[in-house]
Every structure is written in structure tokens, then in C-alpha cells.
Design a protein around this ligand. Structure first.
Ligand SMILES: Cc1ncc(COP(=O)(O)O)c(C=O)c1O
Length: 412
């Protein structure tokens, strides 16, 4: 069976081709979640040198270079706490986090099985499941709850076919960052039902205070995490990471799966077929640099957080932020009875602001076009990562102007 799935970002760029950019009014792209700055010179220079070394042209071990696994584990102990029970053998390196996700689900589920995803969802997760014949089961989140999923509602969606719950925190598209207590509740739920909790933590380095969660710390060493004393993460937890955002190297394609040896056995078979090995030279370059790059990551995260603040303070009061974090702000447009797809489309075509409508991140209602979800169809994803502070301010003033120009009734 051939499944026809539409890639979402090219659709938004297609709208933008109708916009005539000028020097005074350039295109303002807040659609794609890509780093707005290059990697630091030390990393760029090392990548260049290493690429010229013939030794880096061959395959490496299927699950990646052991030295980078060891460095990643050292960094994870800084991020998740020194008591984290992690070792290099828990890691498989992949060609990016999307590769990590497809590998993880292929290792856990067969066609006909189910994986629960909070909605709005990261569209590549949903598309991956569809391509594999695995049913994505929507777990609706609401603006009232800051787009955080409910473990109680999730529990009702578990069936004998459920193989995993997959969360993204900080979230794409909503930016919602789930508190450790909520993540503990989902881990506990997964354990109760004997299923996996997969967490895509692509944006974890953009959390400026506190740990992302306590799942890597054995229950016996935990204080108030909400996890039982006999908690050990390997039974039910699978962590996914991307080097794309933290190290600003999306084109070098590096990600990671952290899982039990049992899961990693399956992972290795899948990777052998779909990847053979992760891109080699970026691994060789990164392993001695990870700890040195920590201040760069911190500074980048601080500047993204500052841009979020700018966006919030300059946004016209008629546009409401529902949640914000990582790379994204999820914003409710002010136009009464107008679909979010139409608003995003006209913003790109007429005002030169490229964004993604929430409908791109939701199940489609039968018989409607992409973006017409019918459920409070007013939300738009803005990425604050790939624009500078000045552009964020320009976006906000254009939003104010277009309220009058579009001629739609305002819902205020
Ligand atoms: C939640 C999430 N996971 C994975 C990815 C892709 O990461 P990678 O470049 O490592 O494949 C993205 C990119 O936008 C993302 O937002």
C-alpha cells in the first residue's frame, strides 16, 4: 500500500513565493525550527579538517563511535544529574532524531499496533507511524492546560495494541515544557501498562533551569520525583536526542537513542538495514569537544529565551500566546471565524511572514483540507530560533498592520 503524505514545510514556503520581498520589507521566516546561527568556529574548523581525513570516509560501528557515546553520557549526567544511571552501552547514535524515532518505533511496534501521541503532534512522528502502518492515537491537549497532556486521559486510550506513548518536551509545535512531575506520571503509567514511554528531547538544552526530568535516576536515590523507590528507567523508557539544535549542525545528521540493551538489540538490526552507521566525521569531531561546547549551548539557549521574551512583549495584544518554550511559540490569531490556514497563507503571501498553522500538527477531519481541523482552528506556530531579535520585532509590527489590511473582523 502506498500512503500519500504531504510534507508540511514546503507547503508554507510555496505560499511565500507569492510575496514580493524588498530591501525594506524582507521575507520574515518564522516557519522552520532550524538554528539561526552557525556552529562556533572551533567546531566548524574541526569539521573541515576532519572531513579531509580519508580515515573518516569509512563505516564506523553500527550504533556509532564509542568515544562519542561516552562523551554524550558525560554530558547527560550534567543535564539529568550526577546520579543518573547511564553508561555508553545504553546509547545508539543515529543520523538525526527523526532517524532515532523511526528506529525506536520499528523496534517496538508492528503494523496494526498503536502509539499514543499528544495533539498537536510533531508531524514527522505522525507521518512515520502512518508509513509503518502503526496507528497514531491522538491524545488531545488544550490551551487551558498550557497544551500539556493528561496522564488520566491517556490511560483511557491504552488498548491491548498500544506499544508506546511518545512525548516531545519542550514540545514541537506548542513549545510547552512538561514539568518533571508530569513526565514521572507518564513513566509510571507506561510501567503500569507494560508499554514504552518514548521521549523526544530534541530541545532539552533550551530548558534554562532545573532538570528536564528525573527518569534516569534510580528510584532509590530520588526524593520527590513522584517515581516509586524501585523505579529503574531501562524497563520502560526510551530517550531520543538530536545534535541538530544544541550544536547547530542539522545538516550533519546526528541523533541518539538511549534505551535498554534489550531494546538496543532490535535497534541495531533496524539501523543495520536503514542506516548502516551514523555519519562518521561529525562524531569524531564532536567527542572531544562536547564539554567545551557547553557554554556555547548555554549562550544560545539564553539568546533564544531572550527572543521569546521580546516576542511576548512586542506581540499585539490581540494575538494570544498559549504556550512558549524551546524553539516555538504557539499563538492564537485574533480573526473571528477565519481558519488558521487562511491566516497563515495570507500572512506568507501578503505580509511576508512565514509560519505554520496548527492544522499541520493535527489529525485531519475527513473531507477537509490540511489545516481545517474544526477544533478551535485559531493556533499558529512561530519559530523564534531562526530569526534575529530585530526580525522578531518586525514580525510583531507587521502583525499589527495586517489586522487592518486583511479586513477580517477582530474577535476582541
Ligand atoms: C521534536 C523534533 N524531533 C526531531 C526533529 C528532527 O531532528 P533531527 O534533525 O536530529 O533529525 C525535530 C526537528 O525539528 C523536532 O522538532
Amino acid at each position: 500500500m502506498v500512503i500519500f503524505l504531504v510534507c508540511r514545510i514546503p507547503q508554507a514556503y510555496k505560499w511565500a513565493t507569492s510575496y514580493t520581498a524588498t530591501k525594506e520589507r524582507p521575507l520574515l521566516d518564522m516557519s522552520q525550527g532550524v538554528p539561526g546561527i552557525p556552529p562556533p568556529p572551533i567546531l566548524l574548523e574541526a569539521l573541515g579538517k576532519c572531513a579531509a581525513n580519508p580515515r573518516t570516509c569509512g563505516y564506523c560501528p553500527m550504533t556509532g563511535e564509542p568515544l562519542l557515546k561516552a562523551s554524550l553520557v558525560r554530558e547527560m549526567k550534567v543535564t539529568y544529574g550526577k546520579d543518573s544511571d547511564l553508561c555508553p552501552d545504553d546509547v545508539a547514535l543515529t543520523a538525526g532524531c527523526n532517524m532515532a524515532f523511526i528506529t525506536a518505533v520499528m523496534s517496538l511496534a508492528d503494523a496494526g499496533d498503536e502509539v499514543i501521541l499528544p495533539v498537536p503532534w510533531y508531524f514527522n512522528h505522525e507521518m512515520t507511524l502512518q508509513m509503518l502502518g502503526i496507528t497514531p492515537v491522538p491524545l488531545q491537549t488544550t490551551p487551558q492546560e498550557g497544551f500539556s497532556p493528561s496522564p488520566e486521559i491517556c490511560a483511557k486510550l491504552v488498548t491491548p495494541r498500544t506499544k508506546a506513548i511518545a512525548l516531545v518536551s519542550p514540545n514541537n509545535p506548542t513549545g510547552a515544557t512538561y514539568p518533571p512531575s508530569l513526565i514521572s506520571a507518564f513513566a509510571f503509567l507506561a510501567r503500569r501498562h507494560g508499554i514504552a514511554l518514548i521521549m523526544d528531547e530534541t530541545y532539552r538544552d533550551f530548558i534554562l533551569s532545573g532538570v528536564p526530568h528525573y527518569l534516569f535516576v534510580p528510584g532509590s536515590l530520588q526524593g520527590q520525583s513522584g517515581l516509586p523507590a524501585n523505579w529503574t528507567w531501562r524497563e520502560h523508557f526510551i530517550h531520543l536526542f538530536s545534535f541538530s539544535k544544541s550544536y547547530c549542525i542539522p545538516g550533519h545528521r546526528l541523533g541518539a537513542i538511549v534505551a535498554s540493551s534489550e531494546v538496543l538489540k532490535q535497534v541495531e538490526t533496524v539501523l543495520d538495514c536503514i542506516q548502516i552507521c551514523p555519519p562518521r566525521h561529525a562524531q569524531l569531531v564532536l567527542h572531544p569537544l562536547l564539554s567545551e561546547l557547553r557554554p556555547f549551548i548555554r549562550e544560545t539557549a539564553e539568546s533564544v529565551a531572550h527572543r521569546h521574551e521580546l516576542f511576548k512583549s512586542h506581540l499585539p495584544s490581540t494575538w494570544k500566546i498559549g504556550s512558549q518554550g524551546g524553539y516555538y511559540a504557539f499563538v492564537r490569531h485574533p480573526f473571528k471565524g477565519v481558519s488558521t490556514r487562511d491566516v497563515s497563507r495570507r500572512m506568507a503571501m501578503e505580509a511576508g511572514i512565514v509560519t505554520l498553522p496548527a492544522g499541520f500538527f493535527m489529525p485531519q477531519q475527513p473531507g477537509t483540507k490540511d489545516g481545517a481541523t474544526g477544533v478551535d482552528d485559531r493556533w499558529i506556530r512561530f519559530s523564534v530560533a531562526n530569526v534575529d531579535d530585530e526580525k522578531v520585532k518586525r514580525v510583531c509590527s507587521r502583525l499589527k498592520e495586517l489586522e487592518a489590511e486583511f479586513g477580517w473582523e477582530l474577535d476582541i
